[in-house]
Design a protein. Sequence first.
Length: 163
Amino acid sequence: MEKKEIRISYSIYHSIEELTKEDQFLLEKARIATKSAYAPYSGFNVGAAILLENGIIVTGNNQENAAYPSGLCAERVAMFAASSQYPDIPMKVIAITANSRKFEVNIPISPCGSCRQVMSEYETKQNMPLKVILMGAKGDIQVIDTIAGLLPFMFHADELKQK
């Protein structure tokens, strides 16, 4: 047997003012996106904003459905929109935030497993890291420099190829 260890590093910011102006602006765009989320069932509004390499920002928010599996998370809404509208422009940073009508979201929210896998696919496709900024409605902010920090054992397209 061989035992291995994976370590990730991430940064914690205690106020939004500690971020770069660019990251502050992107996080604000994600916050604004929460306002138009369609979340009548959970009351949990999530917003995502993606900064593309060309400076364009694409936003998305969660879209729920009475048939729960038919909804889609904010992160994937934003990523699919960015990829369909700007297929050859790499994604540099994604900011994700949330608020709730039912409780105070005061910790950074993290993407679900499906969103992490989609992010890893785009990071691999563009062959450059995708920085992730996570925040609740208030409180600390987490910044992860690459999706591998969120999903170290990501599924790669190479695994679909016959050997």
